[in-house]
Design a protein. Sequence first.
Length: 340
Amino acid sequence: MKIACISFTKRGREVGDRLVKLSCKTNEYSITHYINAEIHGGIKSIIPYLLKEYEGLIFVSATGIAVRLMKPYIIDKTKDPAVVVVDDGAKFAISLLSGHIGGANRLAQWVGSVLKAIPVITTASDNRGIESIDIFAMKNNYHIENIEAVKEITAMMVNGDKIGFYSEMEEMINYDNFAILESLEGTDPSIDGAIVVSSKRSLKIPYEKYCLLIPKNINIGIGCRKGVEGKRIIELIEDTLDQLNLSVKGIKAIGTVEVKREEAGIIEACKYFNCPLKIFSLEEIKRVEDKFSKSQFVKETIGVYSVSEPSAYLLGGQLLANKIRRDGITLSIAKEVYKG
């Protein structure tokens, strides 16, 4: 995580220099130090640059200075950078902005540990030992579909309200007053709100207040003729997932055979859906190809009987679409689910 450290006084400069040296001993943070007196126009003139180039800021200053300098650039919790304030006596490390999603709470704890300062964390969930929804989502690479609900449901958890928890995955959020929901059929009147973890595109959630998290649990196997356009692959993926009532935000990975590793259309689709491309060797495909339908033409062309089904199978999950064919493309969809 790239961090800009900002200092204004002589003692602040010493603290900033210490942080730079200490960051060299960890892979977690890379810190660059900016000193107000050495910058033409002062720190204020380069705040836009710092926000563009760095994921977080450490102000070695009074809290008021940090507040005034950051005020014009605060947007919302999904976009704000981590901001930590350290007094120039290195007594306190205060998580000021974006404690959860931005990582300021974690950064303040690290600063506190290396400077032997007291980390000051004011987010209510942390102070009660409750795992916040946004941290839970980040840790498990879940997409938060309705970010506006995070604050409301987290506030209910802080107040000790009963929360329903429905998930296709095995990970559990840390909270004492959960009701585990086996399905979303019917309602429990004792439940005040719900957290739902599902990659279904359309869900009927029977609670007025809920937060929807989309897990990355959809794996896609692809085979195609040489030179197929990425646009056509993207359209087929979107259409197939739509028919299966699955969200494209749940795509975990796309897989294909080594012969297709340089196929521009497949690479374009991975970039479009922001997911990794997993390449399987011919040997890996051959070990499982007997489980699926075979094409002699494909065998004679690339050396294996099938590509999309073995690739989806090897990526993991239950096959939901065995082999969809369209315009020189074959597509197979698998979904990792830990609960029916």
